[in-house]
Write a protein that binds this ligand. Structure first.
Ligand code: DAK
Length: 260
């Protein structure tokens, strides 16, 4: 598929989706969200893709939010459709059976923070800025911000950010657990790719099961969640990679995983 507002590259099992609407600091309009959905579906269906990275073009922005110019005159029915498109896309991203990493290279505001939170892992450049500023334009987050932010940083900090609309820098985002690692701007993508390469070498089915157990166990009771974990773990014993991993350990050599 040809994308107008995204760049989509695949190299050595790693797909990189780059938001590329520089005139609006990569803000998400309907067209870009539809393209993101198509790209995530491509990543899901393409077996050669093992890991997905999302980043923004240029040094200034990851995604500066939903497109305010497009949203300005929406009627409630249209607003709901835009919100549902975003929700569906981010849920697809969140439940993609492969790891996703947001490489946040600049402003990640509103929808930008929300997209990064639908990824499994967030790496940020020292210049990145996060926030849920919707309140400043008379809204609240519409793409899962109130829920995923609470789950990542706790309800107190989520309320602080959502009610004040304040931006935080990468250091603070790291302190509150919103981002996993922070890098100098010129190292962000290289370091993200380095980490992604590490994941491409892992046993793919076990990665998928780990993600499934964490994602779908989170809202269950501890009893049901640990039961889910056990079942996911037991399923790993059906793979050649589990046999290879344990054999290699006992033979004191590096495992060679095939993904089967
Ligand atoms: N939408 C549209 N255009 C944007 C934009 C955005 N979110 N952010 C920036 N731009 C555009 C600016 O209008 C400007 O365009 P021109 O004037 O050059 O034509 C260009 O990008 C450069 O921006 P600035 O000139 O403002 O650049 P600065 O360096 O001075 O400031 C900034 C950078 C990121 C601090 C500033 O642009 C800014 O505050 N941007 C808005 C950030 C923001 O509020 N983001 C959250 C958007 S709300 C829902 C669905 C979704 C959501 C809610 C409800 N439903 C459908 C119900 C989610 C909402 C959001 O994400």
């Amino acid at each position: 598929m040809d994308y107008k507002n995204l760049l989509f590259e695949v190299e050595e099992g790693i797909a990189v989706i780059t938001f590329n609407r520089p005139k609006a600091l990569n803000a998400m309009n309907t067209e870009t969200m539809k393209e993101l959905m198509a790209a995530v579906i491509d990543c899901k269906n393409d077996e050669s893709i093992k890991v997905l990275i999302l980043t923004g073009a240029g040094e200034k922005a990851f995604v500066a939010g939903a497109d305010i110019a497009e949203m300005q005159n929406l009627r409630p029915k249209e607003a709901l459709a835009f919100m549902e498109l975003g929700h569906e896309t981010l849920r697809l991203l969140e439940t993609l059976p492969k790891p996703s990493i947001a490489a946040v290279n600049g402003f990640a505001l509103g929808g930008g923070t929300e997209i990064s939170m639908a990824c499994d892992i967030r790496f940020a450049s020292e210049t990145a800025r996060f926030g849920q500023p919707e309140i400043l334009i008379g809204l609240i987050p519409g793409w899962g911000g109130t829920q995923r932010l609470s789950r990542l940083v706790g309800t107190g900090r989520a309320k602080e950010l959502v009610m004040s609309g304040e931006q935080i820098d990468a250091k603070r985002a790291y302190e509150i657990g919103l981002v996993n690692r922070v890098f100098p701007p010129d190292q962000l993508l290289a370091e993200t790719k380095k980490f992604a390469r590490k994941l491409t070498g892992m046993p793919g089915f076990a990665i998928k099961m780990a993600k499934h157990a964490i994602n779908f166990g989170y809202d269950l009771s501890l009893d049901n969640a640990t039961r889910l974990e056990m079942e996911c773990c037991a399923q790993c014993f059906s793979t050649d990679d589990q046999k290879e991993g344990m054999k290699a350990f006992l033979e004191k050599r590096k495992p060679v995983y095939t993904g089967s």
